[in-house]
Each structure stands twice: as structure tokens, then as C-alpha cells.
Design a protein around this ligand. Structure first.
Ligand SMILES: [Zn+2]
Length: 477
């Protein structure tokens, strides 16, 4: 009994001491100011870990912006990007305060374990709000919840694809309608981050639900919080490190804290509807797809075999969409996320184009799909947003030049049809052109087989559509 009392006493002293170390440094009024802390944790099983924290106070007062890397210690681009930020930030130019956690899960980092801490086998991104007297990972979660989140105005958690994961870079936030102001800022920071894919998740937690995820905890605590996912496969890719740095600098610039932004991506693509394909077997995983590929509903996207090569399970896409991230290495276990397929259910959000900047070249198919979605929805404003001024529209009946005339023709088609359904049969892409083989059903009865050849200008706007009428395999029409 005496031992227990002594233990509890030592334990709670340690917790109070850790809190004070952070609070003391954070509360200092000196500016500019920089302090590096290492908070120590010890659990009942004898596991020990430390949490590094850097507090950077700029010359002038301003918002408190927290950047966390290494919640997953095998996700290196965020860790390397944050190292560069720590080195580059000039406190004379900084307005406000940065709280930087360079590696949240140091145990996982040094032991090179994906997802979990090797000490207690827990995933830090699954323990929030954490526990003061819990295992080592739960204690770190609790410290972040009770000290770092309350001190923050904006909380950014940076991740990448872990050791087995392929991933396309994106920025994401929760569409939390309970706190519209914080959510609007999270959206704005996402849009100005420079990332092309802006992903939002629905927010359905009640006030008493455990947030589990790091940045979701900050959302639940009423903060503006968001996350970057950039990098893949347990490697450091320089271009992904640079994207993360750019994202952070753009966010700080948007907050008016540091003038080193480069502006938003010229062609933002919004995604707000994620579907997850999960494994129900253990075995060897195969897939010909990669992150960023577009998939069609019911398309076979991968399969699992046993150790003798017998197919145990096949995976099909539950809907049309883009693969945000996916499992890429062969080992697969029950309950693994095989892939996340993302789409957009909103009709009122369009890609935005910055005509002064060139866009990247890898999203023509995505833009073509957007155009066809807008067309099927008879959404003239949506179509207008992706037509170039000098567009040439040509089909088997007409040929018009210029945006005004092209929109007039499009409008005529919309008015002539009660309903339009477009099924994409095939889609091919080269640098500036997408060819799409389409089955278009007008008014539920009239079926047209059409090939659209769509070209894009350097701003990602459609500058020509050439449509060719053909026929289907079984049609006599
Ligand atoms: Zn992660």
C-alpha cells in the first residue's frame, strides 16, 4: 500500500511538473523568444518517452498557431518539413506564436514502427483525449489535449502516407457546423494552403464522444483545426517536403503571421465524400491502382490471396471517385483500409482558377469528369466556370467559337432535354487532352454514344470540345 501511495505521489508530481514546464515557457512575456522543451512521460509499465516542443514567439504579438508532426513516427515528410520550418523562421518577422511539436511520437520514430508506439502498441492518433494516468501513448495524448490544444488558436496536424500507404497530397478539415467561425477559418486556410485537393469530412461527434484523432480533438475543443496529408510509403520525398512547407507558410501568411506565402493552388478540387474499402481477410494484397487514379463504381480495384496464391477476397469500388490513399505493399490484415475513395456531393462548389498561374498537368481527367458532372446536372454556371474565353465547340451539328456562343448552345441543349445522364465508358488522357467515350441518355429514353475530345489550356480551362457521334454495340438506331 505504501508503495502505491509513493508511486501515485511521484506520478502526479511528474504530471504537474511537465505541465508547469510548458505553461511557464508559454506564458513568458518576453518577445522575441524561443525555447525548446522536452516533456518526459513514464507509465505504470515502466515505459518512458519524451515529447519535444518548440515555442517560438515572434517580435510582435499575434495568434497562436500550433504545428504537430510525427503523431505517426514513420511519416517522414512532415517531420523533415517541420525541421526546415524551425530552422527558417525569423522571429523578427513573426507575428504571434508558434507551438511546434517536431515529433509527437518519438518512440515510434526511433523504433521505426508504422502507426503505433512500440512501447504500448497504441496508435497516438486513436487515443484522444488521452488519459493522465494511462499508458505512455495515452499520456502524450492527454498532455496535448490539456496543454497544447487549449493554448492554440489554430491547430495543424501534419501527416503523410505511412510505410505501406500511397497517397496524393491533400489538406483536410471537419465541416463542423456547431462552430461556424472556426470551420470557416479552417476552410479558408485549406483553400489558401496551395494544396490542390481540399477535403472536408462530416463532423458528427457529440460533446461527450471521444475524438480519437489528434486534430479532431482540437475541433471538439472549439479550435480551428486542420490537417495536411502529404508524402507516402515511409520515405522522404523532397517535393512532398516542399509542399508541406509551402502549405504551412501559406497558412501563416493567411493568418497574417508570416509573409512567406506563395498563394493558393490555381485549380482547387473539392472533395467532401469519402468511402473506405476495407479488408476482411489476412493475406497477400494486389492492386494495379495507385493514389490519384480515378475509379468507377463496381470496378475491381484489388484482391487478396492466401500464401498459396488462392484468391480470398476481391475489392470493388463502391462509387466513382479518386483514390486519395491506398494500401500499396503486399501484407494485408483483417480490418485494414484498402483504400479511401473520395468524391464530391455538392453542386455549388467549382474549381477556381487563377489565370496568372499555370496549373499542374495531372488533373485533366478529373476536370473532364467535373465538366461532365456539371453537364449532366444541367448546371450552366458550373460549365461556365470551366470554359475558356476562346473555346471552340464543335459537334455533328454545329460549330461555334467563343465562350458566349458556346454557353448559348449548351443552354439550348439543357432546355431541350428534360434529363441528361452521362455514363463514362472510357477515358484517355495525354498532357492537354482528354478523350471520353460516353453513353448519354436523354430523357431516359434516347441513347447517344458520343466521343468527346476535350482540350485544356495552361490555366486548366476547356478551350475546345469536339464531339463525335457513334453507336453502341447492341443498337440499331
Ligand atoms: Zn498519419
Amino acid at each position: 500500500m505504501r508503495q502505491v501511495i509513493t508511486f501515485l505521489f511521484v506520478f502526479s508530481l511528474q504530471a504537474i511538473f511537465s505541465q508547469n514546464t510548458f505553461q511557464n515557457a508559454f506564458n513568458k512575456s518576453e518577445r522575441p523568444f524561443r525555447e525548446n522543451l522536452s516533456i518526459d512521460f513514464k507509465d505504470k509499465d515502466g515505459n518512458e518517452a519524451s515529447l519535444p516542443i518548440s515555442i517560438l514567439k515572434g517580435k510582435t504579438k499575434g495568434p497562436v498557431f500550433t504545428i504537430v508532426a510525427g503523431v505517426h513516427g514513420f511519416e517522414y515528410p512532415p517531420i523533415v518539413a517541420v525541421q526546415a520550418i524551425l530552422k527558417e523562421i525569423d522571429l523578427q518577422q513573426l507575428k504571434g506564436t508558434l507551438i511546434v511539436v517536431p515529433i509527437a511520437n518519438t518512440a515510434s520514430f526511433y523504433a521505426r514502427t508504422p502507426f503505433i508506439s512500440p512501447l504500448d502498441k497504441k496508435n497516438l492518433n486513436n487515443v484522444f483525449p488521452g488519459k493522465e494516468d494511462g499508458t505512455i501513448t495515452e499520456q502524450i495524448g492527454h498532455f496535448i489535449t490539456s496543454n497544447i490544444i487549449p493554448a492554440s488558436e489554430v491547430f495543424l496536424d501534419v501527416h503523410s502516407g505511412d510505410a505501406p500507404e500511397d497517397l496524393i497530397p491533400f489538406v483536410c478539415f471537419y465541416n463542423n457546423t456547431k462552430n461556424p467561425k472556426q470551420t470557416a477559418l479552417a476552410k479558408e486556410l485549406s483553400e489558401k494552403s496551395g494544396f490542390q485537393y481540399v477535403v472536408s469530412y462530416p463532423y458528427t461527434l457529440s460533446d461527450t464522444d471521444a475524438a480519437k484523432y489528434t486534430f479532431k480533438q482540437a475541433v471538439q475543443d472549439g479550435k480551428t483545426a486542420l490537417s495536411i496529408e502529404c508524402g507516402k510509403l515511409g520515405n522522404v520525398q523532397e517535393e512532398n517536403v516542399n509542399l508541406i512547407k509551402k502549405g504551412i507558410y501559406n497558412m501563416l501568411d493567411t493568418m497574417n503571421m508570416y509573409q512567406n506565402g506563395t498563394g493558393p493552388h490555381p485549380n482547387i478540387i473539392y472533395r467532401n465524400n469519402q468511402s473506405y474499402v476495407r479488408s476482411s481477410t489476412k493475406g497477400i494484397f494486389y492492386s494495379n491502382f495507385k493514389a490519384g487514379d480515378l475509379v468507377k463504381k463496381n470496378e475491381l480495384v484489388g484482391y487478396t490471396t492466401d500464401e498459396f496464391g488462392n484468391v480470398l477476397e476481391e475489392y470493388v469500388a463502391p462509387k466513382n471517385g479518386i483514390i486519395l490513399y491506398k494500401l500499396t505493399t503486399p501484407p494485408i490484415n483483417v480490418g485494414n483500409t484498402v483504400m479511401c475513395i473520395s468524391s464530391n456531393t455538392d453542386n455549388n462548389e467549382y474549381p477556381t482558377f487563377d489565370k496568372t498561374t499555370n496549373m499542374t498537368t495531372n488533373s485533366r481527367k478529373e476536370l473532364c469528369r467535373l465538366y461532365l458532372e456539371r453537364y449532366a446536372e444541367k448546371d450552366l454556371a458550373g460549365v461556365e466556370a470551366i470554359f475558356a474565353e476562346n473555346i471552340i465547340l464543335r459537334d455533328w451539328k454545329i460549330r461555334v467559337e467563343g465562350k458566349k456562343k458556346a454557353l448559348e448552345e449548351t443552354k439550348k441543349n439543357f432546355e431541350a432535354a428534360e434529363s441528361v445522364e452521362i455514363e463514362i465508358l472510357e477515358m484517355h488522357e495525354d498532357q492537354n487532352t482528354v478523350a471520353a467515350e460516353l453513353k448519354i441518355t436523354v430523357n431516359k429514353t434516347e441513347e447517344l454514344y458520343v466521343v468527346d475530345v476535350i482540350t485544356f489550356n495552361s490555366e486548366g480551362l476547356i478551350n475546345s470540345i469536339r464531339a463525335y457521334l457513334g453507336r453502341g454495340d447492341k443498337e440499331n438506331k
